[in-house]
Design a binder for this molecule. Structure first.
Ligand code: ZN
Length: 181
């Protein structure tokens, strides 16, 4: 049997309603896969031009090597397509969300890894006996979004472009002309 077989056959969970004891999940080597509807994440949905659809999510308990010590962590993968507003042409721009994060769990009173900020291999989060997967995924997706979403190639809408002679004068120009008289 290949190693991924249990993962392939495990039940689909609704990540919007699933809560885990994060440390226990990590220590037990827990595995969950499922979907999370975009509309269930209000902070993310506010940024989207369309909140239909869902993200595909998987979470596994794992051990993360931290300064030579194996510490409990979570391996989260999230994929799906998000539609944001292009900051140049103001039309919708599709962004492929592809998160693959290792999250070190820091128990209450536990030491935060000193190299966390400089170590790209993982991020550290507080261990939570009632970790909402919705909150976890939403936070990770928000962090992964481009700061200025835009198409690779597009042009600003006419109203924002430099004035051109072959287009009708804007109402503001007309108003400015009227004010002179
Ligand atoms: Zn654009």
């Amino acid at each position: 049997m290949i190693a991924s077989a249990p993962f392939m056959t495990c039940q689909e969970e609704d990540f919007a309603t699933t809560v885990i004891d994060s440390l226990r999940f990590a220590e037990d080597g827990g595995r969950l896969r499922g979907r999370l509807a975009l509309a269930r994440m209000p902070r993310l949905a506010d940024l989207l031009v369309a909140d239909e659809g869902a993200l595909t999510c998987a979470l596994e308990g794992c051990q993360i090597d931290c300064a030579g010590l194996a510490r409990p962590g979570l391996h989260l993968t999230v994929s799906g397509r998000l539609y944001l507003q292009c900051q140049r042409c103001l039309d919708a721009v599709g962004i492929d969300c592809a998160i693959d994060s290792h999250l070190l769990l820091v128990p209450p009173g536990g030491a935060w890894p000193e190299d966390e900020l400089t170590n790209d291999a993982f991020d550290a989060i507080p261990a939570d006996p009632a970790l909402s997967l919705l909150a976890l995924v939403e936070e990770e997706v928000l962090l992964a979004l481009p700061i200025v979403p835009r198409h690779a190639h597009c042009t600003p809408p006419v109203a924002l472009a430099a004035p051109q002679e072959d287009i009708a004068p804007s109402p503001f120009l007309a108003l400015a002309g009227w004010k002179k008289h």
